[in-house]
Design a protein around this ligand. Structure first.
Ligand code: LLP
Length: 478
């Protein structure tokens, strides 16, 4: 039926390489521990995918705990070492928005990181997990007064202020309590990272932070306040960024302001945010974190030297690059359907593979057109690679799980399917769309599996419905 050579499937995007073996597990895309047992079953952190599913059902988000811990420690080491070479000090905060629960917060603390939170819920999770308050950075463009109160009361290390109104609110809260609060001022450097391109605009048209031109006044105001202590500038240029040129450009602009601010007092710290890209498919080629850390820190140190200013303490906030590659989502294949598509080269066929999850457990393909990689998890397949689109079970045609992938042509209902690099911004952005319960999250390490976030049940969903007599509905169904 396919009227062109299989090596150049007319429906395949250029970046998608047709593998010789569609059972292989590409380096960087799959967690470090991913392997197959002699039966071809995918093994993660020493646990067989089939055993995990037998215990927990599908979908389930599996986190390779050692991978996440190693990546956190490695990232911390890389920035500390890169900065130490210039006689400086670095701090690394894990960006909890990528995926936060008590266990993950503890892994980060044990690896030497702090935690960056951006909501009351993330703040309370970190505090309840035992994260020392002084190692928390609190972000947000619209924190409620009650939330600022809570942060000050808890002794949060740094609040990243985002507006003049927030500065006044914090001034009043700290004055009333007689407690000093350290703050960073978030600025827009005008460098907008669009994965590979850096578009420089005078004033970015977006909600976060202060324009560079306005920040000086904001800092002057903070310096007038008795209980708000100015600790430095913060700038985050974007996410899933490859290379260092955007960071270099942004740091150079922010340091220009930093130098001016030194005239009015000390500026101890510079936080350059997160955003380091990961491999969702083998077409992505992220540099090792050590290389990025060295490149970014060297650029900042050079710029400081050129300006004749002292290297401030540097801070970074990676989320995705720590948790993303550690996660794999397991689904069960429910139906497959060959779909014939007219192309300029004739009629081509794409195999649709439908799984028992979708945009409720990972909205990134639907929201951003994000690409992912998939492999059979319960066995290897024998047939030649077929071009597939993995779709979910939601009532929307945009409910795509993996847009383009080659999988063994004999993929069939009942197979388990693994989707890689789902550790960041999948569970964190999950929803109950179509009244689908959110899956459990399980950490695997050395053959042991521990549920770190319980899966929702139908009862959980019904329990929130105020029109139902909730306790009577406990049937325990998933
Ligand atoms: N710091 C700040 C101030 C941020 O806004 C972010 C991400 C980070 C750190 C962490 O960035 P990362 O290292 O994880 O790239 N939902 C989107 C990503 C949104 C990121 C928002 N801010 C996605 O799924 O791609």
């Amino acid at each position: 039926m396919v009227s062109v050579p299989a090596s150049a499937h007319p429906l395949a995007p250029e970046w998608l390489i047709r593998p010789d073996d569609a059972n292989d597990l590409a380096d960087l895309v799959w967690p470090a521990s991913a392997t197959r047992d002699p039966d071809g079953v995918l093994v993660l952190g020493g646990s067989r995918a089939t055993d995990l599913v037998e215990q927990l059902g599908t979908p389930v988000l599996v986190i390779d705990e050692q991978h996440a811990r190693d990546q956190a420690a490695r990232t911390h080491r890389a920035f500390v070492a890169a900065t130490a070479r210039h006689g400086g000090v670095a701090r690394v905060y894990y960006a909890g928005k990528a995926f936060l629960c008590a266990e993950v917060a503890r892994w980060m603390i044990e690896a030497g990181l702090g935690v960056d939170v951006c909501s009351r819920g993330e703040l309370e999770t970190a505090l309840a997990a035992g994260v020392p308050a002084e190692r928390i950075g609190y972000h947000g463009n619209n924190k409620r007064v009650s939330e600022l109160e809570r942060a000050v009361e808890a002794g949060v290390g740094t609040i990243i202020v985002d507006s003049s109104i927030e500065i006044e609110r914090l001034g009043a809260i700290t004055e009333r309590r007689g407690v000093t609060q350290k703050v960073l001022v978030r600025v827009r450097s005008g460098v907008h990272a669009d994965t590979h391109d850096f578009l420089a605009t005078a004033h970015e048209d977006q909600k976060f932070g202060f324009a560079l031109d306005d920040a000086e006044q904001a800092v002057a105001r903070i310096r007038e306040l008795s209980f708000v202590e100015f600790s430095g500038l913060h700038c985050h240029i974007g996410s899933q960024i490859f290379g260092i040129s955007g960071f270099r450009e942004s740091a150079s602009r922010v340091l220009e302001l930093h130098e001016r601010l030194l005239e009015g007092g000390s500026v101890p710290l510079l936080n350059l945010g997160g955003g380091f890209g990961i491999a969702y498919t083998r077409a992505d080629d992220p540099a090792p974190i050590e290389q990025l850390a060295d490149g970014i820190v060297d650029a900042v140190a050079d710029e400081c030297q050129a300006r004749g200013i002292e290297l401030p303490t540097l801070a970074f906030e990676p989320g995705r690059s720590i948790m993303g590659p550690a996660g794999v989502t397991l689904y069960e294949v429910g139906t497959t359907k060959p779909v014939r598509v007219e192309t300029t080269e004739g009629v081509a066929e794409r195999l649709y593979v439908a799984v028992d999850g979708g945009m409720s457990d990972n909205v990134r393909p639907a929201l951003y057109g994000a690409q992912y990689s998939a492999r059979l998890a319960s066995r290897t397949g024998d047939d030649a690679p077929a071009l597939v689109r993995v779709v979910g079970m939601h009532c929307e045609s945009g409910d795509i799980v993996v847009d383009h992938e080659y999988l063994p042509g004999d993929i069939t209902p009942g197979d388990l399917l693994a989707v890689a690099s789902t550790g960041a911004y999948s569970a964190a952005m999950s929803s109950n769309y179509n009244h689908v319960p959110r899956p459990p999250v399980v950490a695997v390490r050395e053959g042991e599996a521990r549920v770190i976030v319980r899966g929702e049940t139908i009862d959980d969903l019904l329990a929130r419905d105020a029109g139902l007599p909730s306790p009577a509905l406990n049937k325990g169904e998933k």
